[in-house]
Write a protein of this length. Structure first.
Lengths: 83, 365
């Protein structure tokens, strides 16, 4: 099981590698800063599924849970624990 | 041949190919490149639609798409009677200018257009333009907007109109629009606010339909005209139709996630209604939500043999839907298959009506 820190790093790498977004910090508000728009959000979900082998459902798509890299990592961690 | 476009029973429209600068997901019938190839596509679909006897052609609009009034002009210039059905969003243009464009088409080309009023189904689109008007207020605004347009076009005297959202002060539309070119008004909306708007405007309420059984068990409201948007893939053999359908709309995880996101952020009643249609109703049954669930289109699709699809279309007609708007066509051949379906459906409807009349006559004897 990945550590929280490792999860955050892997989520951050998704932004760099697949969204071409350089996130200043793991706590940066991705929505307020405009770093994550609707197109990017969908791509992020696709990459999370591929990277971590999880399936995103309607109940997972709470915009506030994707506000920062840390929050996304926490969300992914919860999904992995539930598997 | 049954004349579908003007037989007085139903009005049938096709849909214009879309052009967008971004693709949220690959969507059949949408193109990202502009220029001569897209223009030719629009003109071709318009000509095919007219050739096959359809009444008109829906031309979408949203923030990602090209100006649909320009496309309407292209349609008018390359057809003889096809009616552009223009999606109109109140926040894009003052109602005076909408009326002006309609009057201009009438004056320059002697041609009619129709209006598909949108209250706004994409909250993100509205937010981008600084509009946070709540759902029901958007319908109120749309009603006032359409009212202003109709008043400007139908009045030969100067118009004064004051509502919560719009004011017109003794303004006369020039050039005047001949009465026979007055636009039909349709609106998209399944909610209570949408129905209220349809009643107030005398508009056709267009919806993405549930399976026809729902309407056979829950009759449509009286006093309003209703229409539906749907896709049709029909062939001689069921397996053939489904093979085409699945090839045209393959499973797409990105599309499915986009659909989930849209479900989450949309405040549209129809979106939630369709998303809630039970899966077991759609498996193998001619009514198919695969394209909707993969974010390829918003229409339910009817897939099957000519006979089974036309029987369902006839049933939609029988419960009261009088306007049909089909999804974007992939090619001319598909239009001919749809034409077969509608011609069969109209024949079935007429047979059903004659049977009902005979039964009624027999019952009276």
């Amino acid at each position: 099981m990945l550590t929280e820190g490792a999860l955050r790093d892997q989520v951050n790498s998704l932004f760099v590698d697949h969204l071409s977004v350089d996130v200043p910090s793991h706590e940066t508000d991705l929505l307020e800063s405009g770093l994550l728009d609707s197109l990017g959000f969908v791509e992020l979900l696709v990459q999370i599924e591929k990277k971590f082998g999880v399936a995103i459902g309607l109940e997972d798509i709470e915009i506030d849970r994707f506000r920062s890299v840390s929050m996304i990592a926490a969300c992914v961690g919860d999904k992995l624990k539930g598997m | 041949m049954v004349n579908m476009g003007s037989n007085g029973a139903v009005d049938i429209f096709t849909t214009c190919p879309g052009n967008t600068s971004e693709a949220v997901a690959d969507r059949p019938g949408f193109y990202t490149e502009g220029g001569p190839s897209y223009i030719k596509r629009v003109i071709d679909v318009a000509r095919w639609s007219e050739e096959c006897g359809f009444k008109g052609i829906l031309i979408y609009i949203d923030n990602s798409m090209v100006d649909n009034w320009k496309l309407a002009q292209m349609v008018i210039e390359h057809t003889e009677r096809l009616v552009p059905l223009l999606a109109v969003q109140p926040i894009y243009m003052h109602p005076y200018w909408v009326a002006k464009q309609i009057a201009t088409f009438g004056h320059l080309y002697g041609r009619q257009v129709a209006l598909n009023m949108l209250a706004g189904a994409f909250p993100l689109d509205l937010k981008e333009l600084g509009d946070t008007t709540p759902h029901d207020d958007r319908y109120k605004r749309m009603t006032e907007y359409a009212t202003a347009i109709v008043k400007l076009l139908e009045s030969s005297s100067p118009v004064t109109y004051e509502s919560d959202y719009y004011k017109l002060n003794h303004v006369k539309m020039k050039p005047p629009l001949p009465k026979h070119l007055m636009p039909a008004v349709l609106l998209s909306g399944s909610s209570d606010a949408g129905m209220q708007a349809a009643r107030a405007l005398g508009a056709v309420a267009v919806r993405y339909p549930k399976p026809v059984e729902f309407y056979e068990q829950n009759p449509l409201e009286t006093g309003i005209q209703f229409g539906i948007r749907l896709g049709i893939i029909a062939r001689e053999y069921k397996e053939q139709a489904w093979a085409i359908a699945r090839a045209r709309f393959p499973e797409d995880r990105k599309g499915q996630l986009t659909h989930l996101l849209a479900e989450k952020v949309s405040d549209s009643v129809w979106h939630h209604d369709l998303s809630g249609v039970k899966k077991d109703l759609t498996e193998g049954y001619p009514y198919w939500l695969g394209p909707f669930q993969n974010y390829k289109t918003f229409c339910p699709y009817l897939v099957g043999t000519y006979r089974e699809v036309s029987e369902i279309v006839a049933r939609y007609m029988a419960v009261g839907f009088k306007t049909f708007i089909t999804d974007i066509l992939p090619d001319k051949e598909e239009l001919f298959h749809q034409k077969i379906v509608f011609e069969l459906a109209l024949q079935l409807k007429q047979i059903g009506q004659r049977g009902g009349a005979v039964a009624s006559e027999v019952g009276q004897r």
